[in-house]
Design a protein around this ligand. Sequence first.
Ligand SMILES: CC(C)(COP(=O)(O)OP(=O)(O)OC[C@H]1O[C@@H](n2cnc3c(N)ncnc32)[C@H](O)[C@@H]1OP(=O)(O)O)[C@@H](O)C(=O)NCCC(=O)NCCS
Length: 186
Amino acid sequence: MADELRLEHLDSEALKEHEDAISALYRVTYRDELDDPFHTTERFMERIRNYSKAPGFEFVLGITNDNPAGLALGYPLPAQARWWRGLTTPVDPELIEEDGTRTFALCELMTHPDWQGKGIGHRLHDELLFKRPEQRATLLVDSDNDTARRAYEKWGWRQIGKIRPGLPDAPHYDALILDLTVSMPG
Ligand SMILES: CC(C)(COP(=O)(O)OP(=O)(O)OC[C@H]1O[C@@H](n2cnc3c(N)ncnc32)[C@H](O)[C@@H]1OP(=O)(O)O)[C@@H](O)C(=O)NCCC(=O)NCCS
């Protein structure tokens, strides 16, 4: 099924052209969370517009039958990245040292509900991350998100702590990292 998937790398300009499709994909994928002010479509689109301004921003859109089936996007953390400022658990300071080239932040990975469980999330994940020049990647995941948690564990991610990003209504997340210096899993 995932063989029919087309993967397109889009820059921040192309992202603007696909805003309607991306917000439609978000609304259906996160339909159970849209009542939460942090998870409204408007807030999500605002967040990704901000990410897209970061140097090195990268976005992969997955398309099946000419319709968006999923996406993965992120950017490399700059030196003194705000990303780590919300840590609520102690970590080895060496683990959160950034120089702009060390860590790629995977800010979003989603697959349309009609296409989940068919390998698209994994394909988007690998397409985005294993072509990156950074040594490692990081992501934040809700500890109650069992499907994503299980997938990330299988794909080699490990938790280094807990984070509450610096917005008053932001959720508490598990902070995970992945070594990108190993070759892409088969
Ligand atoms: C998490 C998410 C991106 C996974 O996308 P996906 O396209 O379903 O992922 P895959 O089909 O590649 O499956 C991922 C793993 O989870 C398992 N899985 C996922 N959905 C499954 C389902 N419905 N039934 C059985 N197994 C499932 C698979 O075993 C797979 O493991 P594998 O790679 O070792 O085979 C998707 O569930 C999603 O969009 N969730 C909502 C948004 C979200 O929570 N994003 C993560 C934010 S951190």
